[in-house]
Structure formats: C-alpha cells, structure tokens
Design a protein around this ligand. Structure first.
Ligand code: ATP
Length: 358
C-alpha cells in the first residue's frame, strides 16, 4: 500500500523495551512526542537502521525491513537531522550543501539546489564558513544539506533543542515553510508541546517504549481521555481566521467554525491570516449562565460533549463543542458535580487566554 509509513518494532535493552506498532501518513509532518526516555530516539534509530531491531518497516510502499529484507543504513533513502548536527568545518556553506547533492545522479534529484537554498533563507550565507554561523543558521544549513540528498523520508530528532529561544523563533517559520512545500514525510521528535502545536499535522504519543496514542494533531489533542505527557499543557489547537483588528486595544478577532475569540496581537497579525491557536484546558472554565460582569472577554456558548476523570486526583476533563470545534476544560470534579454537568447540556465557556502558535 502506498501513502503510509507502517512499522512494527520490538527490541529490548536492560531496563527498556521498545514495542511499537504504528501506521502513519506517508506525507506531512508527524511529531513523535513523549517524556524523556520514552523511546522516541530509539524508534528513529530503528527506522534509520542504526539500531538493530526485529520487525518490519515500509515507507510509501517500499519495504525497508521485514522477515526477508533488511536494508542497511546506507541503503535506506532517508536523511537524519540531529539536535546538534555537525557541518564540515573546513568547507563553506555552499560546499557543505553541495557535498551530498553532487553524489546524487541528476536524474534522481528530487529538489533543486536553488529551491532548498531559498526555502531555508541561505542565499546570503553561501560563502560563509560554519564557525561564523549562529546556532540557528547552522541548523538551517544542516537541514538543507539533508534535503539535498533527495531523501524519501526526513528524520528530525529535537532539531531545535540546542538553540536559545530567539533562534528557535527564527527557525520555526522555515520549518513551517518546509512542511508546506515538501512532498516527503517528516518524522519530528520533540518533547515541546508548543513546537508540536505549531508544526505537526499528525501526532504520535509514546510512553515507556509504546505508542499510546496517535492521530491527526487537532483531533488527538482534543480527546478528553488523552492522558500521556501533556498534563499542564493539555488543550486544543484550532485554526482560525483573523477577521478584524482593534488597534486601540491591540486585539484581533479570530473566527472559527462555531464562534469567535478575541486575542492579544501585534502588527504581524493581518486581517485574512489563518493562525493556529492554542487554548489550554486549564484556561477554560464553565458557567451555566452568561456572566457578563467579569474580566474574561471570551464567553462562548457551547455544549458539553464528554466528561472523563482526569489524571490528577480530584480533577475532570470536560470536552465542549462550540459548533464543530472541540475545546477542553479542566475542572475540579467537585465543580462538575456542583454544576451538574452532563453530556448534551448547553453552557457558557469562559476562555481566559488564547495563545497564537504561528
Ligand atoms: N543502545 C542502548 N543500550 C541500552 N539502553 C538503551 C540503548 N538505547 C536506548 N536505551 C535506553 O532506552 C530508553 C529510551 O531512550 P531514548 O533515547 O529512545 O528516549 P527518548 O524518548 O528519545 O528520550 P529523550 O527525549 O531524553 O531523548 C532509555 O532508557 C535509554 O537509556
């Protein structure tokens, strides 16, 4: 079957067992997410063939591993970008980029040199030497060098985690650009919810060597029984359209299917843009009637959809629907009881804060 990445791996180390079964989309950016030590890097290493592991792997219809086939690392058409990928220190940026590119026969080159240089904003860095680059620039060169080997799968293992906050913010738009332009699938390891919220189309959540949840990003994060890794960061991602700006108060109105939200904004948020927004479950509260005399500006009618006991003792996760858009609210179980919340009930949702993730 084409269009999927299917894998089944089982390997054991003293004190750790990776037992992963997974079928992921064969395009777009899939985030592998989970706490430190849950096995994300080990899974990438198995995919790359760097870690010997029993099992099977096929990528968009090509078998890389099964009971009869085991492609060695150098025959797997993939590229791997690490947290701190080293460039060749004695070669200019251009020569670094050409290194892999020239080894690929012209007829097999999937991407043009100039396109990759432009997508990653490298034109003015081509003559520079690696030692003179910032951490973010170095990672952009490393990503470009990886892409220019025309891989059929791009693996990225915490590519931003060695960068400071400012460099991370600088590089994220380039990664978004790649996600939107590349036909090849990207597997992106991260334990940062904000990075995942901003970049991923699909998410795989791991815990103790196993895949515990996976699916399209927005639907998976909106599940109230989503229990692994997110804790304080549990919440939904929605795509909205900016329909109005109020420059006096530095606010913008964001419309989505089922309502609208006001958010604090800056000059970059133009009318017509479609940012991804994140609303955390801990920033949502519920009232049975509209409460106009309070500081929260975002009051939306919604319907209770589901209520589950949360991981933290005494708390519940309530899923609410505003039109077709799901929200999560983390409440104390006592509040759920006192309000008498039940599925199907109309309520008012009070949203304290909305973050723009891109
Ligand atoms: N070759 C190995 N020999 C023994 N143990 C290993 C080996 N490779 C990985 N492990 C163990 O497997 C577990 C998972 O490690 P892994 O690096 O895959 O986790 P991770 O989710 O990527 O963590 P992090 O986010 O911290 O990078 C760890 O307990 C690690 O010590």
């Amino acid at each position: 079957m084409t269009g999927r990445i299917d894998l089944d791996f089982l390997c054991e180390f003293p004190g750790f067992r990776l037992d992963a079964h997974l079928s992921m989309p064969g395009s777009g950016l899939t985030a592998l997410f989970g706490h430190s030590g849950c096995g994300k890097t080990t899974l990438l290493r198995c995919i790359a063939g760097l870690q010997t592991c029993a099992g099977s792997l096929s990528v968009n219809g090509e078998v890389w591993q099964d009971s009869k086939v085991h492609l060695p690392v150098h025959q797997r058409p993939l590229a791997y970008v690490f947290q701190d990928t080293t460039l060749f220190p004695h070669l200019s940026v251009k020569r670094n980029l050409e290194f892999g590119y020239r080894r690929i026969p012209e007829s097999d080159r999937a991407l043009s040199f100039d396109d990759v240089v432009s997508w990653l904003g490298l034109a003015r860095l081509l003559t520079r030497m690696p030692a003179g680059l910032s951490g973010g620039e170095r990672q952009r060169v490393a990503i470009a060098r990886a892409l220019l080997t025309s891989p059929r799968l791009l693996l990225m293992d915490e590519p931003l985690s060695a960068l400071d906050q400012r460099s991370k913010q600088e590089i994220l738009p380039y990664l978004e650009n790649l996600r939107d332009r590349l036909a090849m699938p990207i597997l992106y390891v991260s334990h940062s919810v904000s990075e995942v919220a901003r970049l991923a189309d699909h998410i795989v959540i791991m815990d103790q060597g196993q895949v515990v949840d996976e699916g399209p990003l927005q639907a998976t994060l909106a599940r109230p029984d989503q229990r692994f890794g997110l804790e304080e960061d549990a919440g939904v991602i929605l795509t909205a359209r900016i329909s109005e700006r109020d420059d006096t108060w530095h606010l913008a109105r964001a419309e989505f299917d089922g309502g609208e939200l006001w958010l604090r904004t800056d000059d970059r948020m133009t009318v017509g843009s479609r940012p991804r927004l994140q609303v955390l479950a801990r920033d949502v509260s519920i009232a049975l009637t509209r409460q106009p005399d309070q500081s929260i500006q975002n009051l939306l009618p919604a319907t209770v959809d589901d209520i589950v006991t949360d991981i933290a003792p005494g708390t519940s996760m309530v899923r609410l629907m505003a039109g077709s858009t799901p929200f999560l609210a983390r409440l104390t179980s006592r509040s759920v009881h006192t309000l008498g919340l039940t599925p199907g009930q109309p309520v008012w949702m009070q949203i304290k804060s909305v973050a723009i993730v891109d």
